[in-house]
Write a new protein. Structure first.
Ligand SMILES: [Fe+2]
Ligand SMILES: [Fe+2]
Length: 209
């Protein structure tokens, strides 16, 4: 499809890869970025993701996998709008709405402590609001295929921006102790959120010292 983002190509298998297999000895986990297309060919193949942010990166994987599946179906002209809108609604209800709330409640305020990240946070907040409107349109089954395609691009680009700029920016600026506290807040939020499967879906891997 013309204009189809390069980072959605051929990512289904990689999108389901479990990054927990890639523990490194330095309290970091390696996220293999092929799944998200977060680096272009020729860039480094992997980015170190702090273990405290890994649950959110796992959720990014889930959302990107949905985007890839929708994009492939629409690309072949066999999309079933009703089915995909129901799936988009389900994924928002079961996971993404909690993910957005964690970012807004904990990550964005942390980033706002650094003036150079304020513009980025402003963009991400506006994108959350726009994406929430799109999720609402899916819930009311009022999207056409062009809307769905725009939604896939917007959600994928939002995730790519967070992984490359927000998560990386926080990792570079926060101390290990601050990251650990952030990880604890995220873990506690999910445990008490009522999110389906939260107690086993978003564990923070504990790498041996
Ligand atoms: Fe976000
Ligand atoms: Fe996110």
């Amino acid at each position: 499809m013309p204009g189809r983002p390069w980072f959605l190509r051929n990512q289904v298998e990689a999108a389901t890869r479990d990054v927990r297999e890639n523990e490194s000895p330095k309290n970091k986990l390696i996220i293999v970025l092929g799944w998200a297309g977060l680096v272009k060919r020729g860039d480094n193949d992997a980015m170190l993701r702090d273990k405290n942010l890994v649950p959110l990166s796992h959720q990014h994987q889930h959302a990107l996998a949905l985007c890839v599946r929708i994009d492939r179906t629409l690309n072949h002209g066999s999309g079933e709008l009703e089915t995909w809108q129901a799936e988009v609604e389900r994924q928002f209800h079961d996971e993404i709405r909690y993910h957005f709330e964690v970012e807004e409640k904990y990550l964005f305020p942390q980033a706002l402590l650094f003036p150079e990240l304020a513009g980025l946070v402003d963009e991400l907040v506006r994108e959350h609001n726009s994406l929430r409107r799109a999720f609402e349109r899916a819930r009311t089954r009022t999207m056409d295929s062009a809307d769905l395609q725009r939604f896939v691009v917007a959600l994928s680009e939002h995730i790519r921006k967070e992984e490359r700029q927000l998560f990386e920016g926080l990792q570079q600026r926060l101390s290990e102790e601050e990251l650990r506290m952030l990880g604890t807040q995220i873990e506690d939020y999910f445990r008490n959120s009522g999110m389906p499967g939260a107690t086993c879906a978003a564990p923070i891997p504990r790498t041996p010292e």
